[in-house]
Design a protein around this ligand. Structure first.
Ligand code: SF4
Ligand code: SF4
Length: 298
C-alpha cells in the first residue's frame, strides 16, 4: 500500500517515495529541437525555448551534486542534444562521473561528429550509448510524423554511429496495437541490421497524451488518473520517479515526462528534490498502466 496525500478538498493521491537516487537525467537540449514531431509530448521545436539548453557550467554543478548523492548512471535528452554548442564538452564531463545514455533524433550526426564521439568513448572508462528516435522503417510514415527528410537524416546518422563502433538503440513511440509489438520489433531489428548496426536493439515507448500528441490526437480523460487502488498489487517504487530526477537549465523536475509542467518542478538543486512526489498528473496513469521507464535497459 502506498502513502497518500491530499491535494485538494476532493482529491487524495498516492505519493511515490524517493527510494534512492540512482539515475540523473539532464535536459541539455532544453525544449529546442530541429524537428517538430506531431506527437512530441513536450512540444519541442526550433522556436520553443520554454526551457533553455543547459550550459556546461550548469551541467558541472548538477554533476558535482550528483556525485555526493550516489547517482549511478546518467541520461541526456532535449529537445535535441546535438544542437547544444557545448555538447562535446558536456559528454566528456558526464563520462567522468559514470555511464551515459544519449537520447537524440540522430539527424545531426555527421561522419565528423561520429569520429569525435568515438574519440570521447575511447578516452573514457564508462560506456557511452546512444538512443535514436524514429517512427517507422518506412520513409513516408516516418516523415509524416517527424517532418520532411527526417528519415534520410536519421538513417545517415545511425550509419555514422555504426561506422564509429556504436550500436544505437532505436526508440519508437508505439503507433500500433500493443499485441503487434513482437511483429514490429522484428521489422525494426531487420531495419537496423540493414543499416549495419552491430547489435540491433529497440525500445518501444507508449504515447503520453501531452503536448503535441494531446493537440493532435486527444488529451487525457477524467478517468485516466492514478488512485490508491492502482497500487494494491503494484510496487510503487517500480516507477522511475522513485529512483531518478531530471535536471534542466531552470530547475530540477521529478521526471523527463513532466519536464515542462510547473507542478513537477521540485527545486533549484537536486538536494531540494529528495522527497516524495504526489502522483496527481494524468501522465502518471500511463506510467502505471504500461509499467514504462524512460531508461534504456528495461
Ligand atoms: S519527439 Fe524528439 S525529435 Fe521530435 S520534436 Fe520532440 S524532442 Fe524533437
Ligand atoms: S509521469 Fe511517470 S515518472 Fe513522472 S511522476 Fe508521474 S509516474 Fe512518475
Amino acid at each position: 500500500m502506498s502513502a497518500q496525500v491530499k491535494i485538494s478538498s476532493k482529491r487524495i493521491v498516492p505519493e511515490v517515495p524517493l527510494k534512492g537516487l540512482e539515475t540523473l537525467w539532464l535536459q541539455v537540449g532544453g525544449t529546442l529541437c530541429n524537428l517538430e514531431c506531431t506527437h512530441c509530448f513536450i512540444s519541442c521545436g526550433p522556436k520553443n525555448d520554454t526551457i533553455p539548453m543547459m550550459t556546461l557550467a550548469q551541467v558541472r554543478e548538477r554533476l558535482e551534486e550528483s556525485a555526493t548523492l550516489g547517482v549511478k548512471d546518467y541520461y541526456i535528452t532535449g529537445g535535441e542534444v546535438f544542437i547544444n554548442p557545448e555538447i562535446f564538452e558536456i559528454l566528456n564531463l558526464i563520462l567522468r562521473y559514470g555511464p551515459l545514455d544519449v537520447l537524440t533524433n540522430g539527424t545531426q550526426i555527421t561522419a565528423e561528429k561520429a569520429r569525435r564521439l568515438q574519440e570521447i568513448q575511447k578516452a573514457s572508462r564508462h560506456p557511452l550509448r546512444f538512443r535514436v528516435s524514429m517512427e517507422s522503417f518506412e520513409e513516408s510514415a516516418n516523415d509524416a510524423i517527424r517532418g520532411k527528410s527526417a528519415y534520410k537524416k536519421a538513417v545517415t546518422g545511425i550509419g555514422h554511429l555504426a561506422e564509429a563502433g556504436f550500436s544505437p538503440i532505436l526508440t519508437i513511440t508505439r503507433s500500433w496495437e500493443e499485441e503487434l509489438d513482437g511483429e514490429m520489433e522484428l521489422q525494426f531489428i531487420e531495419f537496423l541490421r540493414a543499416n549495419r548496426v552491430p547489435q540491433p536493439q529497440i525500445k518501444i515507448l507508449p504515447g503520453f497524451m501531452l503536448g503535441k500528441l494531446a493537440e493532435n490526437e486527444r488529451p487525457y480523460t477524467d478517468e485516466e488518473r492514478v488512485t490508491e487502488a492502482c497500487f494494491e498489487n503494484f510496487d510503487i517504487t517500480q516507477l522511475q520517479c522513485a529512483t531518478s530526477r531530471m535536471a534542466t537549465g531552470e530547475g530540477v523536475y521529478v521526471c523527463p515526462i513532466l519536464v515542462d509542467n510547473p507542478m513537477a518542478r521540485m527545486g533549484n538543486t537536486i538536494e531540494e528534490t529528495l522527497r516524495p512526489f504526489p502522483l496527481s498528473h494524468p501522465a502518471c496513469y500511463t506510467c502505471r498502466v504500461t509499467g514504462m521507464t524512460c531508461k534504456s535497459s528495461t
